[in-house]
Ligand binder design. Structure first.
Ligand code: CU1
Ligand code: CU1
Length: 289
């Protein structure tokens, strides 16, 4: 059945509550933390000599598409009427946005230890204990906008620059790829300072706290960011109907630094036995409203 993924700002009160309740239920059952651990396990950077499927790699989009689908199916086993909403961070750009209200994501971390104090994921409300973090704290942390060294969310112009690139990805198929929609939207650059992070990466930076590393799934806003990233991949495909929707089509040969370190269109993408080529669309599964 096709379900609708809505912009989070258009969710009614009851829809927000059902989404949050389903997330909390997965957390109680221990299923949520399985997603956290899976993301940590697949957080491989291109400095490591092993297969990368999730980040700094062409399969950044299809890997997260499947990851979101798995999460959404888990939510729907709890409540069949729920879908993952998306956060259009080019429009909802401030900590005052309703996204951060007590009925959805809850607010910023407090100054002293960045601990989130409001909303369903505040530690003090007893329903959100971090079990698999990269640091020791067992409370969710955020540092919205990083006031001590402010960083802004990506703008519509930043997205447009990525969207204008007609190539899906280019060699060397990693975080240094100088062109291509994938690296521009994933958001790696060789710039110094704040300009180093663009688009998707910059959103992780802007939220701060747990969103900074491999354990970012601990912050449920992870899913709302990635739903928007997934929507942008659709938009890019529609904008460039003549472009190959995924590259590379063939695995890089033994002479390439990326030999056996990335997946080509028709190679299986762990931990699922699914290829990027089979995740180029999502017709019949979900739609964006
Ligand atoms: Cu990720
Ligand atoms: Cu991400």
């Amino acid at each position: 059945m096709v379900h609708q993924r809505k912009n989070q700002r258009n969710l009614g009160r009851a829809e927000r509550r059902r989404f949050v309740d389903a997330v909390l239920k997965l957390k109680r059952r221990g299923e949520y933390d399985e997603f956290v651990r899976m993301h940590i396990d697949f957080y491989v950077s291109d400095g490591e000599q092993r297969l990368r499927v999730a980040h700094m790699t062409p399969s950044f989009f299809p890997w997260h598409r499947r990851f979101l689908l798995e999460f959404e199916r888990a939510l729907q086993r709890v409540d069949p009427g729920v879908a993952v909403p998306y956060w259009d961070w080019t429009k909802d750009r401030s900590p005052a946005a309703s996204l951060w209200g007590a009925g959805l994501m809850g607010g910023n971390g407090r100054r002293s230890d960045r601990q989130v104090m409001t909303g369903p994921f505040a530690y003090k409300h007893g329903q959100w204990v971090i079990r698999d973090g990269v640091t020791d704290g067992d409370f969710l942390t955020r540092d919205l906008g990083r006031p001590r060294d402010p960083i802004a969310l990506p703008t519509a112009r930043d997205v447009a620059r990525a969207m204008a690139d007609p190539r899906y990805d280019v060699p060397p198929w990693n975080s240094t790829s100088p062109k291509g929609f994938r690296n521009k939207l994933e958001g790696w650059t060789s710039a110094r300072g704040k300009e180093r992070w663009q688009n998707h990466n910059r959103v992780h930076r802007w939220v701060g706290g747990h969103m900074l590393g491999g354990a970012s799934v601990n912050d449920p806003v992870f899913w709302l960011n990635h739903a928007f990233v997934d929507l942008l991949w659709d938009r890019w495909q529609r904008r460039h109907p003549g472009s190959a929707p995924y590259l590379p089509e063939r695995p890089p040969g033994p002479g390439s630094s990326e030999h056996r370190r990335i997946v080509a269109r028709d190679e299986p993408m762990p931990p699922w036995n699914v290829t990027p080529g089979r995740l180029l669309g999502h017709k019949g599964l979900y739609a964006y409203a």
